[in-house]
Design a protein around this ligand. Sequence first.
Ligand SMILES: [Fe+2]
Ligand SMILES: [Fe+2]
Length: 303
Amino acid sequence: MSNPTMNTVDQVLDALNHQDIATIPLVLYEILLMSRNPKADANDLATVCKKDISGSARLLRAANSIYYGRRLDQPKVNTLKEAIVRLGFKRAQEIVLSATLSPLMMAQGSVMDYSSTALWKHSIAVGIGNRLLYARAFGVDMSLDPYLVGLLHDIGIAIEHQALFSKGFSEAVQKRYENETELLTEEKLIMGVTHEDIGVAVAQRWSFPDYLIEVIGHHHSLDPNRHQNHHLIHINRVSEWISYFLSLGYCDFARPYAELLSESRQVLGLTQEDVREVSLHLKAEMQGFVGMNWFSSTQQQVA
Ligand SMILES: [Fe+2]
Ligand SMILES: [Fe+2]
């Protein structure tokens, strides 16, 4: 077994200095800025997209896909701006962001139910779930924030995979699976740091907004009296719960913990019917991504 004191957050950050993920991806940074600018429009997003070939390609493909943006009677779009208009500004932002995260999250090596593709799929599913749940709980389709929260809440796991795979991470993932526990528990025992710790350190280094840092650092350790953005953490918990039961990608916990997450549904005043309808919408939206072969390299498929 690995030495529990072997890894510290500083050591992980040090290791990152030698890898591509030392700096925040440019497109992620620019869309974070854009999400704070109410005047941002399709032209601004198209300009940002042009800096990321894979994001641009995925955006065009989504707008032309019958699984996602295109009705059968519509012609194909040829430009990024047309794609953004067809998909809608917010959905287009989500697609570009999700595509941007792909290279950041992709790493070799899978263990039991874990792979980087499965984690990416989970992150997108929780992002979509968050957006749908937020609108139901609070009656507004709030900018990009709930989606971003879901997309980035487990960023610490992606970093661990890249920096600590053979230094305890693969062992922690294995034990979580065998013991049917939470990854956080095994991380503490085996590595001495958790994906919440590492996620916060990277989010601070990348100057993420405070609400994102709080959710990344406390999505498993919510304290409503201390955490300003507890409503977003509750939303994220319900979305994780739904994603677990729909088998949408990798979940870093087992059934007993999933049952606990359902308590957040009551806190938010959401009904069983709300959850049922969000589940249906979430499954349909995820089928769109599957139809576009976003997760084709993984063995996991949408349930
Ligand atoms: Fe998660
Ligand atoms: Fe997590």
